[in-house]
Design a protein around this ligand. Sequence first.
Ligand code: BDR
Ligand code: CA
Length: 313
Amino acid sequence: MKLVIDTDVGIDDAIALLMVLAYPELNLQAITAVAGNVSIDKVLHNIAVVLDVAGAPAIPIYRGCAQTLRRRLPDDAAHIHGEDGLAGLARVATTRPVESGHASLALTDLARQFSGDLTLLTLGPLTNLALAIRLDPTFLSHLHRLVVMGGAVEARGNMTAITEFNIGADPEAAKIVFEACQNLDLAIELISWETTLDYAMTYETWRNLIHSDSPTANFVRALTDFCEVRLAPLGYTRLFWPDPLTAAVALEPEIVQREELRFVEVEASLGPARGQTMVDYRPDGVPYSNTRIIRQVDEKRFHQLLRLAINQS
Ligand code: BDR
Ligand code: CA
């Protein structure tokens, strides 16, 4: 499988990257950075740090959008992920280079180069993708699969009461992407915040998964100890893994046990519903669709993939 990851690393993005890097026989073509959880400079650095922790070979890293389509900077999520986006663990040097081209151009080039064969996994706001669509309107038609972490499909949000972060951080971008898929034979494979909640785990389950003493396990243990300290006062008593769950679907489509094909529209007006993903659930609703809402996955296999990611040496 040929894969590209667009990400705003982030604690759970980091674990998703480790999962992909540990996966056998994978062809990771590039990682593109987008501002989201933290600023673009921090995201670029964090990607390199995670590659170093995993002992990964050289993988092209591209700088993407530092700003959302409409506003100067996205609302970040540093209060969850730490000021550096990686629980303070990113304060280390790395020598990995950043490629000279823009992430959106790299995305359009790679999609054409591997037309019909490329899976694009997105773990952050959809700004780079929206720009790629505007640069090359055929961009999405070249993809084999588009797997997206984002959206609150039953209006149970995490950024606002009804809005999920990756969509709410740049609603205009998300709107462009969902609208573009409407006219294509490419349904977005969507892992929503609600599906993420269904696969939340206790800290006890998590600690059993990360039993090893490998550098990756030690890194991940420090990330999640930090999560516990940050999330408990907010009332979150379990761990959520939106990006790793989405990576698992990208790596193994057969992990999906139940999904629904629906039409999803993004609200981008400036009112209280800004960033909402509105799903048409009517049996006699619109006669087209753009999204496969992933409802259920093989949880045992998801945990195996997490274990594989973390316990590598
Ligand atoms: C998404 O928002 C980010 O903070 C996480 O990395 C994940 O991609 C969850 O809403
Ligand atoms: Ca993310």
